[in-house]
Design a protein around this ligand. Structure first.
Ligand SMILES: [Mg+2]
Length: 310
């Protein structure tokens, strides 16, 4: 019975001989083992490394094992730390106190080697379940934030993320802008070439826009239908209009490749910036409204152009 490679365990034991024996036993069982001689040392190590299992003695000078459990549970660790408490305390009250302090399981000292390994294997099962739950949640979150057709962020994410961006912008007094973009005559693309080609145009438009905005900072979300919001960090309305013009030209000047051949697709744009003095929620609504109004100004002025909020 050996642990799969990569299970990282921190052993906390104040007695040097005991620590050395246990360390050897755990390594033999396949764990990647690190050791600490006190609760204080353990906390320092836990804060700077990514352990999955904590195996700790209860009776130690200074911080005892139960206190260590409590402190670990209070800490905001990135991943779950499975705790097995080794104790010479054998009354029910002690066991309950240990579990309530945050231990997942306990084992009486002196620990029997086979039982210790079996308990740790049970802990591995919990950790694997926890990891798959975490992965599933990450997938769900990605799906719930993404438009499945164009693989850009969706409107829900736009709303949530704009709140965070606006909060940052306000705290650092750093400008934030949004450009609304709407593909021109999209309905006639659909009517003429069919919805499949229409979908390709939406996808290729998003891919094209991505090549024209600042990577790693600025981002695009599908606002609905053929309308998109491009969020520009550290940009005032003038910078946003310049960026929008670059995107407009980059779309209009080079046709998109679709299964119906090369199609020249243009879009209309409206830029607006965040009012850093206004309450964030109001300021976001106003910015989106202004950008939308500017977009419609572009539409009415003949499309394939950029307007800014009045
Ligand atoms: Mg001890």
């Amino acid at each position: 019975m050996s642990a799969p490679a990569g299970f990282r365990l921190l052993l906390v034991e104040d007695e040097a001989t005991q620590r050395m024996l246990m360390e050897r036993l755990l390594r033999r069982a396949g764990y990647v083992v690190d050791t600490a001689a006190s609760g204080e040392e353990a906390l320092t190590k836990i804060a700077s490394a990514d352990y999955q299992i904590l195996l700790t003695d209860w009776d130690m000078p200074g911080m005892d094992g139960a206190t260590l459990c409590r402190r670990v549970r209070e800490a905001d660790l990135p991943n779950y730390l499975y705790i097995l408490l080794l104790t010479g305390h054998t009354t029910t009250e002690d066991v309950v106190a240990g579990l309530e302090a945050g231990a997942d399981d306990y084992l009486r000292k002196p620990a029997n080697e086979a039982e210790l390994i079996a308990r740790l294997n049970a802990g591995q099962r919990i950790l694997r379940l926890e990891q798959s739950l975490r992965d599933a949640n990450a997938r769900i979150e990605l799906l719930s934030n993404t438009d499945p057709l164009v693989r850009a962020f969706n409107r829900r994410y736009l709303g949530d993320q704009l709140e965070r961006e606006a909060e940052y912008a306000r705290r650092h007094q750093s400008p934030l802008a949004v450009v609304m973009a709407d593909i021109d005559h999209f309905k006639s693309i659909n009517d003429k070439h069919g919805h499949r080609v229409g979908d390709e145009v939406l996808q290729n438009f998003v891919d094209r826009v991505r090549t024209l905005i600042r990577p790693g900072g600025d981002w695009i979300a599908r606002y609905g239908g053929e309308e998109f919001a491009i969020v520009l960090l550290h940009a005032d309305v003038t910078a946003a209009a310049t960026a929008a013009e670059r995107v407009r030209a980059g779309c209009a000047e080079k046709p998109l490749l679709t299964s119906a051949g090369l199609l020249t697709v243009t879009a209309s744009f409206g830029a607006a910036a965040l009012d850093l003095a206004a309450p964030p929620a109001d300021a976001i609504d106003a910015m989106l409204r202004d950008a939308d109004a500017a977009l419609y100004k572009s539409k009415h002025a003949g499309r394939n152009r950029v307007s800014i909020a009045a």
